[in-house]
Write a protein that binds this ligand. Structure first.
Ligand code: PMV
Length: 362
């Protein structure tokens, strides 16, 4: 893949010091990314809803320094040295595309809107927020970037930190991964889903049920690695491509029954891959299964097109159209919260994407 368009080639003098400030959302995949190759490139295309309430705010202070890129990370104002290796690795990966970074030291102030120990991955929103800050720094060197170039390269850089972070720059439905017939799609960065989308999906709700707040049982690096040599890998990658094709008319028509079928099948397939890998992982908890069963029974009796999706963990994302909220949310409160860790849940919905924040100072 030709990455030359992303190599910075502008002036090599920039600001002595300053600060930039961005908010980037989390996202939840409808068609899942599981399996990668090369430099964080996906084995199949994926599609996600951008979230709104779950986001990371990052303020990046930069100052000219001797060339060793010193990094300090503060989470909610407190030193967080355990985050530093990951951020340093991210900066090293960004360096070939932003050679001017070498001259700076960095202080990263970061805040997640969701609790750090909630079991919700902060890497997508965190890496996207940092990538957007790096792009703002690039813009101080070369102000001529168009908005489109800025967001595309931000997604490209975010991907180097965490694959799914490529989908945390734009809003609405975001596509990451080359797919024939989907214009502008790329393995290198995410783009707004380029096809027609029925308005019902613009305001979809996602109530995230926090079944287990522990550390992830399988890191995503290990998880993606499990697809290398997995007996079902080829069929899975092909299925994801087919599901993306099948989702097209579903999204265009607002076919909610079709949406339910596809989205749940993707979630269960992701877990099926882990259940059948070597070594194998069981990431659902008894509470997860109880929620899935109750949710399906509720759908059958009530007729509301509510469905679930899962990440690589025990938590459940309950997806439903805004018009079903009055029926679905009371059901969640009465029947599902008992399976959550201390009843914890987050009411989220589809969001509009990352935004620059005021108050960066200098
Ligand atoms: O971005 P990573 O490397 O943490 O991978 C995320 C993979 C899933 O969340 C399980 C699926 C997805 O497409 O987001």
């Amino acid at each position: 893949m030709d990455m030359k368009e992303f190599v910075y080639q502008g002036p090599d003098t920039g600001p002595e010091q300053g600060a930039v400030h961005w908010e980037a959302p989390s996202n939840i995949a409808l068609v899942k990314y599981w399996g990668k190759h090369g430099n964080q490139l996906p084995m199949n295309p994926s599609l996600s809803f951008t979230l709104d309430a779950c986001h990371t705010r990052t303020r990046l202070e930069f100052f000219q320094s001797g060339g060793s890129m010193p990094v300090e990370v503060l989470l909610d104002g407190q030193p967080a040295p355990s985050f530093e290796p990951k951020i340093r690795q991210f900066l090293e990966r960004a360096l070939p595309f932003q050679p001017f970074l070498k001259g700076y030291g960095f202080r990263v102030h970061t805040h997640n809107s969701f609790p750090h120990s909630s079991g919700i991955a902060s890497s997508a929103s965190g890496m996207a927020a940092l990538a957007l800050c790096l792009m703002d720094l690039e813009r101080l060197f070369a102000p001529g970037l168009s908005a489109g170039q800025f967001r595309r390269k931000a997604s490209f850089l975010a991907r180097l930190g965490s694959g799914s972070a490529a989908r945390s720059v734009d809003g609405g439905l975001v596509l990451w991964g080359t797919h024939p017939g989907l214009e502008g799609s790329s393995d290198a960065y995410g783009v707004p889903y380029p096809e027609k989308v029925h308005p019902v999906f613009q305001d979809y709700h996602d109530t995230i049920l926090l079944v287990d707040k522990g550390e992830k049982a399988v890191s995503s690096t290990v998880g993606h690695g499990l697809m290398d040599g997995h007996p079902f890998a080829g069929a899975r990658f092909e299925q994801a491509r087919q599901n993306l094709d099948r989702l097209g008319p579903v999204l265009a028509a607002g076919d909610l029954d079709g949406f339910v079928d596809l989205v749940e099948s993707e979630a269960l397939t992701l877990h099926a891959m882990m259940l059948s890998s070597s070594p194998s992982f069981i990431l659902m908890k008894p509470g997860t299964l109880a929620i899935l069963e109750k949710l399906r029974a509720f759908r059958k009796t009530s007729g509301h097109p509510v469905c679930f999706t899962l990440d690589a963990g025990a938590n459940v994302h309950v997806l439903y159209p805004a018009a079903s909220r009055e029926a679905v949310y009371p059901f969640i409160q009465e029947a599902l919260l008992e399976h959550c860790h201390q009843g914890h849940h987050i009411c989220d919905r589809v969001g509009r994407g990352a935004r620059r924040l005021a108050g960066a100072g200098s």
